[in-house]
Design a protein around this ligand. Structure first.
Ligand code: NAD
Ligand code: UD1
Length: 332
């Protein structure tokens, strides 16, 4: 079975390519390298010892995408490609709507033309906004607070409408919680440009002394120690979830949405302390004001993925902290 992976050179995409190849799938990657590097393809080959086909193209380019589908005879698509920085999306909303929506609509049109109607889509827990009850189930109310999140919600709606119009489609929408960690080889991982916004990439840069100290955004939330609680999930577990989703869309028609998290919440201080303990390294920090738009706690109910996809996360917070640091130490 041949799977097209859009955004396959990126953080989650590259780990998913490894899992796909290890599970015997043929993989074709289309990525414009707007937030990744081409050498990731060589690294995926090195990890798996398998062949992988790569096209450096923008998936908004309909003619090119059409050519790729004609040539490759794709059976299913995993759609990662898109911009993902919340702060940037607030400053440049049109760029986010253009890239994330245009690329998805173009992709779906080309898939339709080639009668390829199986897709797994990367959504985000950000579509839950401020959750009213925890753990968050897939039927919770949806609400977004920034243009990035709105693109995810709009794409979910587009996919729903598409399925209503044509019941031949098989669609899995995956809402990721907070992916961290890296492949144990240390060859692929998360490598944000500039100063990171997310917690783990920031902690890692403090540990390697590229940044002086971490600012902890608030310690007066109603949580175990006052700092924000999130559901961190190892990127390799997340990647394995995509294999289960591909199996599901290959088997059953329909549209369904699944949370991919661990179901456990950890506070910022718990993450810092675990990171220090596992990696035997200091992470200086100071408590500062809350960050605008942050919520106190967010963690998933993953019962639906367990029941319908036969998937659950296996790797723990120690492995997440160890592998995040291992990747950056090896690639500094
Ligand atoms: P990433 O930026 O590392 O990967 C995205 C890839 O898509 C990059 O390689 C980029 O070059 C490529 N790309 C972007 N626009 C493209 C276009 N028009 N044509 C071709 N390629 C394009 O991001 P990631 O962390 O791997 O995230 C993958 C997906 O998962 C994204 O859709 C993101 O919104 C979603 N997601 C990520 C997180 C997270 O915390 N990392 C959480 C929830 C959801
Ligand atoms: C952020 C995004 C969210 C996205 C998710 C995964 C915002 C407002 N939300 O969520 O849309 O889906 O990433 O990519 O950007 N923290 C610190 N200091 C830091 C960084 C973070 O204390 O330097 C704290 C935060 O306050 C939060 C926790 O660490 O409590 C996790 O933050 P982060 O990694 O940015 O993820 P989210 O806030 O969950």
């Amino acid at each position: 079975m041949k799977v097209l992976v859009t955004g396959g050179c990126g953080y989650i995409g590259s780990h998913t390519c490894v899992e796909l190849l290890d599970n015997g799938y043929d993989v074709v990657v289309v990525d414009n390298l707007s937030n990744s590097k081409e050498n990731v393809i060589e690294k995926i080959k090195k990890i798996t010892g398998k062949k992988i086909k790569f096209y450096k193209e923008d998936i908004c380019n309909k003619n090119k995408l059409d050519e790729i589908f004609s040539k490759e005879k794709i059976d299913a698509v995993i759609h990662f490609a898109g911009f993902k920085a919340v702060g940037e999306s607030v400053k440049k909303p049109l760029m986010y709507y253009r890239n994330n929506l245009d690329s998805t609509i173009t992709l779906l049109e080309v898939m339709n033309k080639h009668n390829c109607k199986k897709i797994v889509f990367s959504s985000s827990a950000t579509v839950y906004g401020s959750p009213k009850k925890l753990p968050i189930t897939e039927d919770s109310s949806l609400h977004t607070t920034n243009p990035y999140g709105t693109t995810k919600l709009m794409i979910e709606m587009i996919l729903n409408d598409l399925y209503i119009s044509d019941n031949d489609w098989s669609i899995a929408i995956l809402r990721y919680f907070n992916p961290i960690g890296a492949h144990k080889s240390g060859l692929i991982g998360e490598d944000p440009n500039g100063i990171p916004n997310n917690l783990m990439p920031y902690i890692v840069k403090v540990a390697t002394k590229e940044l002086k100290e971490l600012s902890v955004f608030g310690n007066d939330y109603d949580t175990i120690d006052g700092t924000g609680v999130r559901d961190y999930i190892h990127v390799v577990d997340l990647a394995k979830g995509h294999i289960k989703a591909i199996e599901k869309v290959s088997k059953d028609k329909g549209i369904d949405t699944y949370n991919l998290g661990t179901g456990n919440g950890y506070s910022v201080l718990q993450i810092i302390n675990t990171f220090k303990e596992v990696n035997k390294v200091d992470v200086p920090y100071k408590i500062v004001e809350r960050r605008d738009g942050d919520i106190a706690s967010c963690y998933a109910s993953c019962e639906k993925a367990k029941k319908l996809l036969n998937w659950e996360a296996k790797l723990d917070i120690y492995e997440m902290c160890r592998d995040s640091y291992n990747y950056v130490k090896k690639n500094k």
